[in-house]
Design a protein around this ligand. Structure first.
Ligand code: PLP
Length: 397
């Protein structure tokens, strides 16, 4: 058997076409919609961009499979294309889906708005309470769906138990591991059938494309690829090229992001303007022990509860120079958002409160800048918030 290469090596070398094309060390872009084939070939064997089978796609599929330790990999036009196509491959009218109760908003909307229209029923579960899962299984349950690290409170469910539970009940287990990336978690090793990514985020890492990726056993991935071919959510070859290039530095980037985020979380925790830092690397995070067990690193995502109103926070965030106020995550640039106003703006205030998302919560996707520069950017903003809050507190004391 071929030796499984270590992640940094696989990120750079897995899937590369050999011999190199004209000696090019970097895989060229095959900007050709169609490819010559042998008369008599089947439709799915023809080379065509929408069929996700150009040399750029093939190389990426092998690279992603190698990174995740799966038999096969696949890329798609976006994370949502990968997620929706995977669910539509396995679920049909009359089926039932068990889904984690806190999911990325786009996935959540698909589950609540689209799947019921197609005759698929959805029940939500708490990923931290394995004892509550069995009673939710119905005779028509087909899939269990979770996220490795949730947004924005960065919760880590009992993922090993979830994969075991899915096996016991013959359910297809799918996990969106976007926040963890293969550097911090390999869900297929835990026993999940399919790992999904918004490759827009850590896999690509440069905030310059939208892409999706998945990996798992070959028959399942092949079925998903067929569905993707029908739905048309293919990744353009130029985006393939950028994703391919981005993946080569994945381990360097995420390693740095793990270290910087931990350091930043510790500094934030000690600042008087901060009420609470949600980061799985901090001992007071409710899932810290589990995160230590499951994750290689605690990731680059955190959220911070500030002692100020949403408006006061917005005003201070306008003064940031290194960090950008922007949605998305996982790139080399540090991005900051206020979820109540961005990713979770579609919820009512009561729903947000129930989900633990206050107006004073900010989410940070820590990039690859020097952590001292990030702190120098953020600290004066926190100091200003603190100065505004302290006199009030003194008055009411
Ligand atoms: N999954 C997670 C956890 C995400 O954060 C996102 C996007 O923010 C998606 C999926 C969807 O990915 P895309 O925007 O690439 O479609």
């Amino acid at each position: 058997m071929k030796k499984q290469r270590e992640l940094p090596t696989a990120a750079i070398h897995a899937g590369e076409i050999r011999p190199r094309i004209a000696g090019a060390v970097s895989l060229p872009i095959f900007q050709s919609a169609t490819f010559e084939s042998t008369p008599g070939s089947g439709y799915h064997d023809l080379g065509y961009i929408r069929l996700n089978n150009t040399p750029n796609h093939d190389a990426l599929h092998a690279k992603i499979a190698a990174l995740e330790g799966g038999e096969a990999g696949l890329v798609a036009a976006s994370g949502m294309a990968a997620i929706t196509t995977s669910l539509l491959t396995v679920l049909g009218s009359g089926d039932h889906l068990l889904a984690q109760d806190s999911l990325y908003g786009g996935t959540q909307d698909f589950l609540t708005e689209d799947l019921p229209q197609l005759g698929v029923e959805v029940t939500y579960f708490d990923a931290s309470r394995p004892e509550s899962w069995a009673e939710l299984v119905q005779p028509n349950t087909r899939v269990v769906y979770a996220e490795a690290i949730t947004n924005p409170l960065v919760r880590v469910g009992d993922l090993a138990a979830l994969a075991r539970f899915a096996r016991q009940h013959s359910l297809v287990s799918m996990i969106d591991s976007t926040f963890a990336s293969p550097v911090n978690l390999l869900p297929l090793k835990l026993g999940f059938d399919l790992v999904l990514h918004s490759a827009t985020k850590y896999l690509n890492g440069h905030s310059d494309i939208v892409a999706g990726a998945l990996a798992g056993n070959a028959p399942l991935v092949e079925k998903i690829q067929r569905k993707l071919n029908h739905l048309g959510g293919c990744l353009d070859p130029h985006a393939c090229f950028l994703l391919h290039r981005g993946i080569k530095t994945l381990t360097l980037r995420v390693g740095q992001q793990n270290r910087s985020a931990l350091e930043l979380a510790q500094r934030l925790e000690a600042h008087p303007a901060v009420a609470r830092v949600h980061y799985p690397g901090l001992p007071d995070h409710p899932d810290h022990a589990r995160a230590r067990e499951l994750l290689e690193g605690f990731g680059g995502m955190m959220s911070v509860e500030l002692r100020a109103s949403g408006d006061e926070i917005d005003q201070q965030l306008r003064g940031l120079e290194v960090m950008s106020f922007a949605p998305s995550l996982g790139g080399v640039e540090t991005l900051i958002t206020r979820p109540a106003q961005t990713s979770h703006a579609g919820m009512t205030e009561a729903q947000r409160r129930a989900a633990g998302i206050s107006d004073s919560l900010v989410r940070i996707s820590v990039g690859c800048e020097a952590v001292d520069d990030l702190w120098a950017d953020l600290k004066p903003r926190l100091d200003a918030l603190n100065a505004a809050v302290l006199p009030e507190q003194e008055l009411t004391a």
